[in-house]
Design a protein around this ligand. Structure first.
Ligand SMILES: Nc1nc2c(ncn2[C@@H]2O[C@H](COP(=O)(O)OP(=O)(O)O)[C@@H](O)[C@H]2O)c(=O)[nH]1
Ligand SMILES: [Mg+2]
Length: 1007
């Protein structure tokens, strides 16, 4: 509509409203640039919609609409508000989102009836000073200030005591006012994407707070670790701090470099220890404290001295947890080349791109003249932000003086340590006391119960002690796995002690000769009598614990040599053969995929933060362990296929995969009836491993060319999936081949067809052919029940189409769970529900009714009553819910019911648990009833329940729709928690990607 036309249309609607004495007027989305003056005549108006226009100002005449309760001005170009807005004293809801406002008028203060105030997506840099303005809006319940530029919040926010929800996502806040604590009605506080490092302890008094979002803030490490555990955990942490806190001036000091260059001597010298002649070589890691002083403040550095042997490198990286001062040591006598200084800095940089590094040459006694390192080259390559200095010291004192130039080095170490962001952070005083006691008691480990007793002595109850341990574990102070049946009873107090035990295995000749296979008896032998002088060995009761810990660290897994016996052998992944097992490969991977199978390829290209190709040291060892449940040798180790740079996997109906490390690329090839599922799983697994473990590395997912290339050969070009998607969003159809000399343009859609990671499968099954899919699944279920228990043959007789359907269901389930990862911190995601009476089918009479909700296990994908045959009421709850309350949660229930009814028939495949027919029917019927009640409610109400009919860009929109269910899920958690805080005995576990899942106790051992 042209401007005038829009204006006239608005005038017409205003006139009509005036004649009819209408209460509401909708002038949204008509291209209006100016509001007609005649609006002033609608003095009776209660609701006015002006969103999605091009308004640059609001006319003064609006002041006449004194009855207005709802005003929507969102999505316009407003830069300021008229003073006259003050006359709208009846306003309850004011939407100003997505405008260009830079400040709020003082007159806002008159809108004392306001309950909703939307100010998201503006350019507010500060809230006006109170009390003139916002402080008088004492009825405000919902305040949206997201995506602004706020750098601070006024203390007077405290007057808005009715506030239930504040959204401050995407501002520039560096701290919060203490007064926030007076907002006792607050339920939801979104602070994500700000610059917060600490939180006021007073926040802990917000007992109604159910949702606190702190994602993407530079939180101090302790706080970040608490946050990782969920909203309740962080409140508990703040409560502990509120009781008393201490300031910590401590950091890690990490010494690395080749063997025999003088790391241990240097640490000794920094500590002021006496010089030791002929010091024995370091096995694993040794930790000793060093004290330094900076500007009068004493700083404690925990010095980590790493053994330099190459074989330790992959393991050592585990302990490069930030933040630390890193010292790379080298010995000039052997020349800089032999010191591998650049390689060591690279190793650090990949794990900790923010690390601070000092390069230290040893053996620098008086009169020593040695070749120097090319300092400029190192600075050019790593930057002077990272490499902060070069030193040349002698750790050996001369007769009359101290160690040469050591004092200078120590002073710089102190100042670098003082500049680390977590220096001077505060932690709960009681916790710190316990930590000190545990760290200085000279014990390498303690039983869990002893630690809890010690906490109790310091006034920490068990619940808080558990949180203390979880946080200490995340921070790397202690090692404790709370749900692992073997490890939960022990707390490892000295990680170095463990690293040493592992080093004896890595050093062992026999294990090396057997390509990493080692029997438990032999491990026991090594640990009882270490082959190293002066090491006394470890008591036998610890040996099973060590084996378990090595598994937890992705260093080893137990292999099946004889399916009839329990395993007594580990595979140390790092020691697998160098050579590609060619004949085994050919036997298991033909030239072409089998008939009915398709082949898909994706490449994970590993690059550093400058986009340069980079090696993720030890990546394949970790993959061999993490993916071993898909190993070809999972039933018999003999059949395994893996070597230093590759492995083959098999995932039943989801297909077979070959993973190969080619230079710095991991190439993944999958063959299956529907290869997308396994391919996207493997890609995600590698991507998340690379990006979580090596903070300085990125994994770009690439797809290969599909056409013979412009150079008339089979195409070798690789296309980055993310770039293809970006181009697609800009409505481009083709993308040029990156190979120089080719430059042929390829169709983006066809390229992306090979990239399941770019697609969201969620819409595939929940739509049209749903009944077809369900029929297929029923047939599959019958087939599989008949083959109950026969592992490998279960899928043999299924058709390719059936196999493909099962994979698609798996993929859809995984997608949904993935999108709700954040919510899983605070509670389980899978429920079924049914109405208790059937009267619900008559919607008009229906005001509230009784519902039954049943919790499901996220591992087995089965409802709890099936898994608890002796207590069928566990995880089953009855609620009386009002109609509108129910309508609110319906969108989530709809999605989850849909998924569960697809997953149920094949759930057995994950756990090898086949449901008998009666049990199956009961669940099926329950899901069905749930579905019916949703439909009837949807029909009977005008609530926008179906979120999936969003027509534009379905691939991306669907994901958003599911993600939007998060808040509903949180409400459900709150309801359930009131009934049963234990969630029916479901246990919260973490998978290898550190995502939380809620599983039945029987399956905890899988994590
Ligand atoms: N003169 C002299 N000798 C050193 C110095 N640093 C190390 N050494 C010698 O080099 C040997 C190996 O040092 P060590 O600290 O164990 O090496 P690491 O394997 O890197 O820990 C020691 O036994 C010392 O004799 C130094 O600064 N000056
Ligand atoms: Mg040493």
């Amino acid at each position: 509509m042209a401007r005038n036309e829009a204006y006239r249309e608005a005038e017409r609607r205003i006139e009509k409203a005036r004649q009819e004495g209408a209460g509401k007027l909708d002038l949204s989305s008509i291209g209006l640039t100016e509001v007609p003056e005649s609006i002033a005549s609608l003095t009776q108006l209660q609701g006015l919609g002006l969103s999605n226009n091009q308004l640059t100002e609001v006319p003064e005449s609006i002041a006449s609409l004194t009855q207005l309760q709802r005003l929507d001005l969102s999505n316009n170009q407003l830069t300021e508000l008229p003073k006259s807005i003050a006359s709208l004293t009846q306003l309850q809801r004011l939407d100003l989102s997505n405008n260009q406002l830079t400040e709020l008028p003082k007159s806002l203060a008159s809108l004392t009836q306001l309950e909703w105030l939307y100010l998201g997506w503006n350019q507010l840099t500060e809230l006006p000073e109170l009390p003139e303005s916002i402080a008088s809006l004492t009825r405000l319940k919902w305040l949206y200030l997201h995506k602004n530029q706020l750098t601070e919040l006024p203390e007077s926010l405290a007057f808005l005591i009715q506030l239930q929800e504040i959204n401050l996502e995407g501002n520039q806040l560096t701290e919060l006012p203490e007064s926030l604590a007076s907002l006792t009605q607050l339920q939801s506080l979104d602070l994500s994407y700000n610059q917060l490092t600490e939180l006021p302890e007073s926040l802990a008094s917000l007992t109604r707070l159910k949702w606190l979002d702190l994602g993407e803030n530079p939180l101090n490490p302790d706080l970040a670790a608490a946050y990782e555990q969920g909203t309740e955990a962080i409140l508990q942490y703040l409560r502990a701090k509120a009781e008393g806190q201490v300031t910590l001036n401590e950091a890690k000091l990490i010494l690395i470099g080749e063997g025999e260059v003088g790391k241990s001597c240097l640490l000794g010298a920094l500590r002021g220890d006496e010089w030791v002649e002929g010091r024995p070589t370091t096995h694993g890691i040794e930790i000793k404290p060093v004290t330094v002083t900076h500007s009068g403040t004493e700083i404690t550095l925990n010095g980590w001295d790493f053994g330099g042997q190459r074989v330790y490198r992959p393991t050592h990286q585990l302990f490069f947890s930030a933040p630390a001062v890193y010292i790379v040591v080298w010995k000039p006598r052997e020349g800089p080349q032999q010191g591998f200084v650049k390689e060591w800095i690279t190793l650090i940089k990949h794990r900790q791109p923010e690390a601070k590094v000092l390069v230290v040459a040893t053996h620098g006694g008086p009169g020593q003249r040695q070749p120097d390192i090319d300092r400029q080259e190192i600075l050019d390559r790593f930057g002077s932000d990272m490499v902060l200095g070069f030193f040349y010291v002698d750790s050996k004192p001369t007769n009359d003086t101290n160690c040469t130039r050591l004092a200078d080095l120590k002073a710089v170490i102190a100042s670098v340590a003082a500049s680390l962001p977590e220096m001077g952070r505060t932690v709960p005083a009681k916790w710190q006391r316990v930590r000190e006691i545990l760290q200085t008691n000279n014990k390498a480990y303690l039983p869990y119960d002893d630690v809890i007793a010690l906490c109790a002595q310091q006034g920490i109850d068990e619940e808080q002690a558990e949180l203390f341990l979880r946080i200490s574990h995340t921070l790397g102070h202690f090692i404790h796995y709370d749900y692992d049946p073997i490890l939960r009873d022990i707390v490892i107090l000295k990680p170095d002690w463990l690293a040493k035990a592992i080093s004896f295995v890595l050093d062992d000749r026999m294990t090396r000769q057997r390509n990493g296979l080692v029997e438990f008896d032999h491990l026991s032998q090594l640990w009882s009598h270490p082959p190293v002088a002066d090491e006394e060995g470890y008591p036998p009761e610890l040996h099973p614990i060590f084996i378990k810990l090595m598994e937890r660290f992705d260093l080893s897994y137990r292999v099946v040599l004889d399916p009839a016996k329990t395993s007594n052998t580990s595979l140390i992944a790092q020691l697998v053969p160098d050579i590609r097992p060619q004949s085994k490969l050919t036997a298991n991977w033909g030239e072409q995929p089998e008939p009915g199978d398709r082949q898909q390829v994706q490449i994970c290209r590993i690059v550093d933060n400058r986009g340069q190709f980079a090696v993720a040291e030890g990546l394949f060892y970790q993959l061999i362990v993490r993916l071993h449940k898909y190993s070809l040798g999972r039933f018999n180790y003999e059949n395994s296929i893996h070597w230093q740079r590759g492995l083959m996997l098999d995932n039943d109906y989801n297909g077979r995969a070959l993973l190969e490390y080619i230079d710095t690329d991991v190439k993944i090839t999958v063959r299956a009836a529907y290869p997308e599922r396994f391919l996207s799983y493997l890609t995600e697994e590698i991507k998340s491993l690379v990006e979580n473990f090596w903070e300085g590395l990125r994994c770009n997912v690439m797809v290969p060319c599909i056409m013979p290339c412009g150079m008339n050969e089979p195409g070798n070009g690789l296309f980055e999936v993310e770039k293809l998607i970006e181009s697609k969003k800009k409505n481009r159809d083709d993308f040029p081949c990156p190979i120089s000399g080719c430059g042929e343009w390829q169709n983006i859609d066809r390229l992306l067809n090979n990239a399941p990671i770019a697609q969201l499968s969620a819409q595939i099954l929940l739509t049209a052919q749903l009944t077809d899919v369900q029929d297929t699944l029923q047939v599959i279920r019958k087939e599989m029940s008949a083959k109950d228990g026969r592992d490998q043959e279960r899928y043999d007789e299924l058709t390719k189409k059936q196999l493909a359907t099962m994979s698609q269901v798996d993929m859809q389930f995984a997608d949904m769970m993935q999108m709700l990862t954040d919510e899983a911190k605070d509670g389980p995601r899978l429920f079924s529900f049914k109405p208790m009476k059937t009267g619900f089918l008559d919607p008009p009479k229906w005001t509230h009714t009784k519902f039954q909700i049943t919790l499901w296990c996220e591992h087995s994908r089965l409802p709890l009553p099936v898994l608890n045959p002796n207590d069928k009421q566990k995880g089953v709850y009855e609620f009386t819910i009002r109609n509108e309350q129910f309508a609110k949660v319906v969108p989530y229930l709809k999605i989850v019911t849909g998924i569960l009814s697809l997953v149920l028939p094949v759930a057995a495949s994950a756990t090898k648990l086949i449901l008998d027919e009666t049990a199956y029917k009961v669940i099926e019927e329950q899901l069905d009833l749930g579905q019916k009640s949703i439909e009837s409610i949807s029909k009977g109400s005008d609530l926008a329940i179906d979120s999936s009919n969003n027509s534009d860009a379905p691939d991306f929109a669907q994901g958003e729709a599911i993600r939007a269910q998060g808040s509903i899920l949180r409400e459900l958690h709150a309801l359930l928690k009131e009934k049963d805080p234990s969630f029916g005995g479901l246990v919260r576990v973490q998978n290898q990607r550190r995502e939380f899942l809620w599983v039945h106790p029987d399956f905890v051992k899988e994590y």
